[in-house]
Design a protein around this ligand. Structure first.
Ligand code: GRF
Length: 203
């Protein structure tokens, strides 16, 4: 089996992207990042791509007539790269059906809470403020909703009495950096299946 080709979409610091770069370098997973794309010119994720000789592009949203036109330009870049899986890693835009229809069941995201609890922005703070005792992170397929796609895998992180929202977020991020490469590795091994509308991992 050849390495799974992935495209990573990121808007910010790109620490999840880095966890993938590291897992690939350490040969923990059989994947290749063929393109990094960003909607933010100064996203540190782009710098991380450059540091690792990964082709990357910044696509400026204001340069397109509307959301669909932008999404189709993104999709064209991804198709051109030959990516087989689209990995959202802190990409701060909701993708339109026009985009998602190009990659059915091939777009995944990581969210810093145990979905379906606390979708949307600042999920770690939402969970902390609510007072949950366990939070964590979720890797899920992306659909047209906000963090509503089918759940692929989750990792729990206990909330400690000494936590602040920031401390909790830091520990959830550590969990993200373990979970996301692991899930990409399972895709590379073709172990992720959708059976009876639920995601199953075939071991
Ligand atoms: C992560 O917390 C991820 O769960 C969320 O956005 C953040 C991205 O962080 N979707 P980074 O850019 O990967 O460091």
């Amino acid at each position: 089996m050849s390495a799974l080709k992935i495209a990573v979409l990121a808007s910010g610091r790109g620490s999840n992207l880095q966890s993938m770069i590291d897992a690939i370098a350490e040969k923990e997973i059989d994947a290749q990042i063929v393109r990094v794309l960003s909607d933010k010119k100064d996203a540190y994720a782009l710098q991380r791509a450059k540091n690792n000789a990964i082709p990357c592009d910044y696509l400026q949203p204001s340069g397109y007539a509307n959301r669909e036109a932008y999404d189709l330009a993104l999709a064209a870049k991804i198709k051109e790269s030959g990516a087989e899986l689209v990995v959202l890693a802190g990409f701060m835009r909701i993708l339109s059906p026009a985009f998602l229809n190009c990659f059915p069941n091939r777009v995944i995201n990581i969210h810093p809470a145990l979905l379906p609890a606390f979708p949307g922005l600042h999920a770690q703070k939402q969970a902390f403020d609510y007072g949950v005792k366990i939070s964590g992170c979720t890797v899920h397929f992306v659909d047209a909703g906000m963090d509503t796609g089918k759940i692929i895998a989750q990792k729990a992180v206990p909330v400690l009495d000494t936590d602040t929202a920031d401390r909790l977020a830091d520990r959830i991020l550590v969990a993200e950096h373990a979970l996301y490469p692991e899930v990409i590795g399972l895709f590379a091994q073709q172990k992720i299946k959708i059976i009876n509308d639920k995601v199953k991992i075939e071991y």
